[in-house]
Design a protein around this ligand. Structure first.
Ligand SMILES: [Zn+2]
Ligand SMILES: [Zn+2]
Ligand SMILES: [Zn+2]
Length: 484
């Protein structure tokens, strides 16, 4: 056990002798030698730091540069590779490098005191601990799935667990998440489809920081809001004081009335002397130079600078921009290395709330002993959602609000708030119907099948298995084992 005094006069304890394996890269070779020497000297007293030859063996990446572009490329080379993405990246610099700072874990300013350096490395210990809790990601998840899990794991291992949206005028959405750009290898602004799918699956949640108006034709945020003549839609409008002559009811621009120092009506040639008596100044001070129309409020119109189309402001899409953080479901997916099913299961989860498997088993055992002791019936059901997902496969459930709403209604008619749910990696779900015997559960599922068949216009068979929890011979342990 080794203790290091940090700048905050607290002690960080390290139990592993070589838990920080550092890979060091710099664009200034001479300074690199000096920097490494100094860091090695301060680290030399401790056996828990080693410097590696390649990033492959390292768990800490230390980038030393004073150039933002070089720093960005160096960190990008690390963060775009799934095997390196989660590694702690530290930037060592003398300058403020805004772009690179966004994609590293911490910026360390040179000259660097050993205490600050040790403190930064101290976080790696906590980080490694969190990493050790994570299950292996199965190959079957695919490249996109792998990257989604890595994003969740990035948030899972970082403190604070948040991914900040960054203003970016080159992004079609006006904002970007630089780390996602690297991880998913997309242009700024293309991350939003991925975010949407993760939010749909209830894995991410966002804290609103802005609403961006988006062109409904090309989904670009470069919109010019224009004021037009409400009569002829001309752009050529101007503001000028308006005068209304009571006597002859003529309304015109002040410049038409001005004659030397007097106001004279261009229609009836009378002199206007007293405001409120001879004339007044209406609120309609805008004039169209094309059709001469006079008005108080211009018509607002949107012109997309990206695709050149015009549309009404109320037709613009509004994109919610937020800082991203994990939901409980997201924490779970990060730990398990699995993404929950889409489609039906995401709706069920949203409507009903699912328990973690371990918690569900606790409830199951409790309910079974209650049923056997007090002689009432509860049912454990195992429901296969695959036929339903297949039937929904060709329907765009993600974007069809109507379909989602109708599915939600059916789900809420079938299940009660007292029922308990969990999902299995096979795509099946387990449900405890409290105080309901197998007969009534069967009827409920048959009704569910009928409602869904009607909604989807296809004959749908709901596949399920039921188990009576009141039966003395119910061997839940064996049943549970059979699920694995
Ligand atoms: Zn006009
Ligand atoms: Zn007049
Ligand atoms: Zn457009």
């Amino acid at each position: 056990m080794l203790q290091v005094e940090t700048s905050k006069k607290t002690f960080i304890e390290f139990s592993e002798p070589t838990e920080c394996k550092i890979w060091f890269a710099s664009d200034e070779q001479e300074e690199l030698v000096l920097a490494v020497e100094q860091l090695k000297k301060s680290a030399g007293q401790s056996p828990r730091f080693t410097f590696c030859e390649t990033p492959d063996e390292a768990n800490v990446i230390l980038i030393h540069t004073n150039t933002d572009a070089w720093g960005w490329e160096a960190v990008k080379a690390i963060r775009t590779k799934p095997e390196h993405f989660l590694k702690t990246c530290l930037l060592l610099t003398q300058k403020h490098l805004a772009a690179t700072a966004d994609i590293v874990d911490q910026v360390l300013y040179w000259p660097l005191s050993p205490a600050v350096f040790f403190e930064a490395l101290g976080k790696v210990a906590q980080f490694n601990e969190k990493l050790a809790r994570l299950a292996e990601i199965p190959n079957s998840i695919g490249m996109l799935g792998l990257r989604k899990v890595l994003l969740l794991r990035y948030l899972y291992t970082r403190d604070p667990c948040v991914l900040l949206a960054r203003r970016n005028f080159q992004s079609a959405a006006g904002y970007t998440y630089p780390l996602m750009q690297l991880l998913f290898n997309v242009e700024a602004g293309q991350e939003f489809n991925i975010i949407q799918s993760l939010e749909e699956s209830q894995l991410l949640t966002s804290k609103l920081i802005d609403r961006v108006h988006i062109c409904p034709f090309c989904e670009h945020a470069q919109i010019n809001f224009r004021e037009l003549c409400p009569n002829c839609n001309a752009l050529n409008i101007g503001e000028e004081t308006t005068i209304h002559h009571f006597r002859c009811a003529y309304v015109g621009k002040e410049s038409e009335f001005k004659q030397d120092l007097e106001l004279s009506c261009p229609k009836c040639s009378r002199t206007l002397e007293h405001i409120g008596v001879d004339y007044d100044k209406p609120a309609e001070v805008l004039w169209c130079n094309d059709c001469k129309h006079n008005f108080a409020d211009p018509k607002l119109s949107c012109f997309c600078l990206a695709c050149g189309k015009s549309f009404d402001p109320e037709d613009a899409f509004v994109r919610q921009i937020g800082d991203l953080t994990l939901t409980l479901e997201g924490f779970r997916a990060a730990e398990d290395g699995l993404l929950p099913g889409h489609g039906v299961i995401s709706i069920l989860k949203k409507e009903l709330g699912f328990y973690k498997k371990e918690v569900f088993v606790e409830y199951l055992n409790l309910e079974a002993s209650r049923c056997q002791r007090y002689k009432y019936h509860s049912t454990l059901a195992r429901l296969n959602l695959k036929p339903l997902d297949e039937a929904l496969g060709h329907k765009d459930i993600k974007n069809s609000r109507r379909l989602r709403n109708e599915l939600s209604t059916i789900v809420n008619q079938t299940f009660r708030t007292t029922d308990l749910f969990t999902d299995l990696s096979s795509g099946e779900i387990l449900i405890i119907f409290t105080n309901t015997d197998c007969g009534r559960t069967k009827v409920a599922f048959e009704r569910l099948g009928e409602s869904l068949s009607k909604l989807l216009n296809t004959r749908l068979n709901i596949e399920f298995k039921l188990l009576d929890l009141a039966r003395e011979d119910t061997d839940l342990a064996k049943f549970w084992e059979s699920l694995r």
